[in-house]
Design a protein around this ligand. Structure first.
Ligand SMILES: CC(C)(COP(=O)(O)OP(=O)(O)OC[C@H]1O[C@@H](n2cnc3c(N)ncnc32)[C@H](O)[C@@H]1OP(=O)(O)O)[C@@H](O)C(=O)NCCC(=O)NCCS
Length: 142
């Protein structure tokens, strides 16, 4: 099992995995999200491969204050074996290596069942509400 930065040949498999995991939304074109994040000084898309198969991903970044995780995904057929834990640890290491002390993520309300996973890894829910505004006129359904 190996976790490494995404390469060109991984992109289609990553897009298919995100689709299979229900992580894509029409207002966030995932290919553009990969292009914007991969291989930058302050962001990366990490992939987990085992036996030549791409089984997981996590997008990680830091904004100068906090680290952030997006697109954490494990192939539905490979869950429950510690791969999600390994991906989160890799993202935490990536952020820690850049001198950032705290890492955060957002969970969609419809996906609240995943909070138990993060709690099992030592994360805790914060008493904050996230507000946002699209700067290009996009109006996604609320
Ligand atoms: C969330 C996800 C990445 C977990 O991957 P996974 O490989 O199955 O997780 P792991 O096997 O590493 O589990 C790590 C620990 O969390 C626990 N766990 C996993 N899912 C859990 C849940 N829903 N509730 C409570 N605990 C959970 C496991 O039992 C394990 O505990 P242990 O190490 O003490 O046995 C995977 O379910 C997934 O891809 N889900 C769909 C995409 C998604 O929701 N991503 C997150 C968006 S915020």
């Amino acid at each position: 099992m190996r976790i490494r930065p995404i390469e060109d040949g991984d992109v289609e498999a990553v897009l298919a995995l995100w689709e299979a995991c229900g992580l894509t939304r029409p207002w966030n074109p995932p290919r553009a999200d990969i292009d914007r994040a991969r291989g930058r000084p302050n962001s990366e898309v990490l992939v987990l491969e085992a036996d030549g198969r791409l089984l997981g991903t996590v997008m990680v970044g830091e904004d100068g204050h906090r680290g952030w995780i997006y697109y954490l995904a494990v192939d539905p057929g490979a869950r429950g074996q510690g791969l999600g834990r390994a991906l989160v640890a890799a993202a935490e290491d990536w952020v820690r290596a850049r001198g950032i002390r705290k890492i955060e993520l957002m969970v969609r309300r419809a996906n609240a069942a995943v909070i138990g996973f993060y709690e099992a890894l030592g994360w805790r829910e914060e008493p904050v509400t996230v507000l946002s505004r699209w700067l290009d006129g996009t109006t996604p359904p609320s």
